[in-house]
Design a protein around this ligand. Structure first.
Ligand code: UDP
Ligand code: MG
Length: 324
């Protein structure tokens, strides 16, 4: 069956919120006659989140669950949800009821009718701590907008909607969930929009993100900018610089050798230019190798997302499919 919407909910220790969230999402979907699935991705919870998910899935076959072997972070949880999602429109939403499921119909409409590839929520009015959350968030949005050219007020809002093809093109790890719109843009999805969304205070549990995650986030931004600029190919930058340097050194050495053989005027080792030639060739080959290593590292980091799924619950998959 063709699904209109997949909702992905990354979560860690959110047992109290889940029943309310599931019921609320279902209410909205029924009211608008959407066919849907919800992927609750349990990112290594130590409370009873997983058994709550199992109960919810037993009551409603649209609720599906994935349980990670341990905590791998929000990016890994979203990444796994992105691979599982089958709906035409994919919506990501935090589990803590800070995002309102009432926003879903409009987020869906903007993708299907207005032709957006990605719509990001904008928590214009926030209910978070001013110093550890709101201020760093403002700073971070300003910098990211400047560096990436993607103009969003609230890049890291957990509530977003995507055209299916966009999530299938995205791989995130580390703290990269903060930059999904930037990655989408690099992948060629240009129609990125924004919708002011209601933000609610956390009802149960505690926040899992503090100041230190912002610092890791900035380091990830540098990686993304690098990968985006050089098309996942550090070789293109370092390889070109290295080859140029090597070529210059080679020309100088060639000239010296030519002068020595045909005119016998130069005593090579006396001339600083001989050392310059050597230096250029050595630096050239070093740069080339740096590019090569960079190539291996970025490939390893972007093309392999290593996390373990302990359990998967999906009532729409038959036992036969689960076995293969
Ligand atoms: N989360 C997660 N893995 C983690 C940390 C958080 O899946 O390692 C989930 C969390 O359960 C919530 C969402 O990510 O559904 C946003 O986290 P939180 O509400 O703590 O962040 P905040 O809203 O305070 O920025
Ligand atoms: Mg929250």
């Amino acid at each position: 069956m063709n699904l209109n919407i997949s909702v992905i909910v990354p979560l860690k220790n959110e047992e109290e919120s889940l029943p309310e969230l599931a019921a609320w999402i279902d209410r909205v979907m029924q009211a608008h006659h959407f066919t849907y699935e919800v992927w609750m991705v349990d990112d290594g919870s130590t409370d009873d989140s997983w058994s709550v998910i199992q109960q919810l899935a037993a009551q409603n076959s649209s609720i599906k669950g994935i349980k990670f072997q341990r905590n791998y972070g929000k990016s890994a949880a979203l990444n796994e949800g992105f691979s599982a999602a089958q709906g035409d429109v994919v919506i990501t939403m935090d589990a803590d009821l800070q995002d309102s499921p009432d926003e879903i119909p409009e987020l869906y409409r903007m993708i299907m009718e207005e032709g957006f590839d990605l719509v990001s929520g904008w928590k214009k009015k926030r209910y978070d701590n001013a110093f550890t959350k709101n201020l760093p968030s403002k700073l971070y949005n300003y910098t990211t907008t400047r560096m990436s050219g993607v103009k969003l007020h609230d890049m890291n809002c957990g509530l977003k909607s995507y055209r299916k093809k966009v999530v299938k093109s995205i791989e995130v790890y580390g703290e990269m969930h903060r930059y999904i719109p930037v990655i989408a843009k690099w992948n060629g999805f240009r129609k990125i929009g924004e919708k002011v969304v209601e933000h609610r205070a956390r009802k149960y549990g505690v926040t899992k993100f503090g100041l230190e995650r912002f610092i890791n986030g900035f380091l990830d931004l540098a990686t993304i900018m690098f990968i985006g600029k050089f098309g996942k190919r550090p070789m293109h930058l370092f390889g070109a610089l290295g080859s140029l340097s090597f070529f210059v050194g080679f020309i100088i050495a060639f000239y010296l050798a030519f002068a020595k053989i045909f005119f016998d005027k130069v005593n090579m080792t006396d001339r600083p230019i001989f050392y310059l030639a050597l230096l250029c060739m050595i630096i050239g080959s070093q740069l080339f190798l740096t590019g090569f290593i960079g190539e291996l590292v970025t490939r390893n980091a972007t093309e392999r997302n290593s996390y373990l799924v302990e359990e998967r619950m999906d009532h729409t998959i038959t036992d036969y499919e689960l076995q293969i």
